[in-house]
Design a protein around this ligand. Sequence first.
Ligand code: 6GU
Length: 250
Amino acid sequence: MRIDIVSIFPEYFAPLGVSLIGKARERGILDVCLHQLRDWTDDVHRTVDDTPYGGGPGMVMKPEPWGEALDDIITSGAATGQDQPRLIVPTPSGRPFTQQLAVELAAEPWLVFACGRYEGIDSRVMAEYATRLRVDEVSIGDYVLAGGEVAVLVMIEAIGRLLPGVLGNADSVTDDSFAPGAMHNLVEGPVYTKPPEWRGHRVPDVLLSGHHGKIARWRRDQALRRTHANRPDLLAALDPATLDKHDRAL
Ligand code: 6GU
């Protein structure tokens, strides 16, 4: 997968050289290209923003540098044999970033992330590229960040770990909280490792029993309890048809 990121703070993306995503890049599974938006300005101050039409606080990102930058990046793909990318614009007013969207984006060969400051990018940029590409404005949660950079780090980590060959154990993806399948709309229960007792806290006996059926049942009960406690919104959205007799008794 190829990922291009356009930002006025490309330094924000240093963590993409570390850990799982860093390894995926070393192995050639992921190709990340960082771009400084100001490289596509033509004034001495390298201006990327201006005051909003209609008034109001803060500044809005000017459309021209974005148009120049995105045109160049999109055209560069043709040279490397790639088709059109999907354009992702992080913004608190976007559609929610979910595990389902992460799975969908992980299947794409090429993503371009356009990071704006939180007052946003002139909306004509999204309108222009939507005539040519799939464009999604995406939010990572109901709070406001100072810019899209950290949200893009979050999205790339969620997408990158789903790419084939990135995680050691293929099962770890299907067991994830929110993963399509048995764990859909459930969060995972607690996990334990050795020793069996630590500071007077014991590991639940069932996990030491070696009884796989009982362990699976216990894990599902724990997932349901945790979802009830921490995410009542998810539990309310659970399809009753996915619940068995045991689940309903909880
Ligand atoms: Cl994607 N961007 C910004 N600036 N703030 C956010 C966000 C994105 N998602 C939640 N808050």
